[in-house]
Design a protein around this ligand. Structure first.
Ligand SMILES: *[C@@H]1O[C@H](CO)[C@@H](O)[C@H](O)[C@H]1NC(C)=O
Ligand SMILES: *[C@@H]1O[C@H](CO)[C@@H](O)[C@H](O)[C@H]1NC(C)=O
Length: 387
């Protein structure tokens, strides 16, 4: 029921995240009269890539251009193993010594802290690649035999400092962690892996924040506090179901996106965040079953069902709050997000507290009234079962 809808939604979200970009490039004169058919302005680090694909021998001539001080290096490469990752890439790194002579290192990045041993490329180059430096800009020229004659490849690029005469570590944040792109050398279209990854992390955060952090607690509050008003019966029940179902659908979409992001994040796993996320999904799915297995109001097992439904529900809300904070720590968005979430949480908590008090007043008053009228009384504080 909710699942196909959730997968549909997940598909739509991923499609939305993978936005194609086609940009024009400015500096396009090259030494030796070289020219290229297509060009992509890469989304970060001010770099651009020029390329010509030759289908007859499935090679592509590329020129990678990026600015860097004379005390810096730049690199470009293809990851034959996985998208959105430096680890697993075969790269060409241009750098220079103090005299201004430019050298080009061909290496395979075995991890995110590679030892830069020359050789070991997982791609085949045709001819010898070259690099030059002029006016603060490096250009790397190479001809690559496209792996599997596939025009779509995971490209990576980077820039960093030269320290002590050798290639130093690049910055480990911001643009330097977004410099990947799945590029089609035939059409020039690209799925902005860099932007898409950050986008998808944000989408994951917003989806899960809204679903588990707002809709689900709101739905629980509706169930607990709205039903004491006789006029709100059975409206509260349908509102509760609507909140929880939409929260579940959005939440599962966000959860699936999170799992996908986790599987793509090589070398870094956020184990507690992942495990709590999986637990939340399992418990929430149990709640969907709870809906299907709900015994009749007069059934003697209804009490046990109530206990089960409430304890699982409150566990989901609690775990979700914990996991949202963990997620915020991972994503490190502008501090405003964390503050906003705390404000939302405090508001919901405050409203719940007020309603809790009102509920008790109403229920106790009603009990007294009913006790006056009939000796049998009615159900207790907010725990009666609707619909
Ligand atoms: C591939 O084909 C292009 C276009 O015909 C040609 O210019 C280039 O030299 C060829 N490369 C190799 C390695 O054969
Ligand atoms: C590579 O693929 C293209 C497009 O499918 C095809 O036209 C071309 O003949 C292939 N080249 C080689 C060398 O297999």
């Amino acid at each position: 029921m909710a699942r196909p809808a959730a997968w549909l939604l997940l598909g739509a979200v991923l499609l939305f995240a993978a936005s194609a970009t086609a940009q024009d490039c400015t500096s396009n004169s090259f030494s030796n009269g070289r020219s290229f058919r297509l060009c992509s302005a890469l989304p970060v680090l001010g770099a651009s890539l020029y390329y010509t694909y030759h289908p007859e021998n499935s090679t592509v001539d590329v020129a990678f251009r990026a600015s860097s001080g004379s005390s810096g290096w730049v690199g470009w490469g293809i990851n034959t193993e996985r998208p959105n990752s430096m680890a697993g890439s075969s790269v060409l790194i241009a750098s220079q010594d103090g005299t201004g002579s430019v050298s080009l290192l061909q290496t395979y990045l075995e991890s995110t802290a590679p030892n830069l041993t020359p050789g070991g490329l997982k791609i085949t180059l045709s001819g010898t690649p070259t690099a030059e430096y002029s006016g603060g800009v490096y250009t790397i020229f190479a001809t690559i035999v496209l792996p599997n004659n596939n025009t779509q490849q995971n490209t990576v690029w980077q820039a960093g400092p030269i320290s002590g005469g050798s290639i130093g570590a690049h910055i480990q944040s911001g643009q330097n962690l977004q410099s990947t792109l799945r590029l089609d050398f035939l059409s020039g279209s690209s799925t902005g892996a860099s932007n898409s990854r950050l986008h998808r992390r944000n989408i994951h955060g917003v989806l899960n924040g809204v679903a588990w952090g707002v809709l689900i607690p709101l739905g629980a509050m509706i169930a607990r506090y709205l039903r004491v008003f006789e006029s709100a019966d059975p409206a509260w029940f349908y509102l509760h179901i609507a909140c929880q179902c939409s929260g579940y659908i959005l939440g599962v979409a966000g959860w699936g996106l999170g799992l996908k992001l986790g599987s793509e994040s090589v070398g870094t796993t956020y184990q507690p965040h992942r495990n709590i996320g999986i637990a939340i999904f399992c418990l929430a799915t149990l709640q969907v079953f709870a809906l299907l297995l709900r015994p009749d109001k007069k059934n003697k097992y209804r009490l046990y069902w109530n206990i089960y439904h409430h304890s699982v529900g409150y566990s989901v809300i609690l775990l979700a709050a914990i996991n949202i904070f963990k997620g915020l720590d991972i994503l490190k968005p502008a501090t405003g997000w964390k503050t906003s979430y705390i404000v939302i949480l405090a508001t919901l908590g405050g409203i719940a507290l007020c309603l809790e008090a009102i509920t008790w007043v109403i229920v106790l008053r009603r009990r007294r009234r009913d006790a006056d009228k009939a000796p049998h009384g009615t159900n207790g504080a907010g725990w009666q079962n609707g619909a």
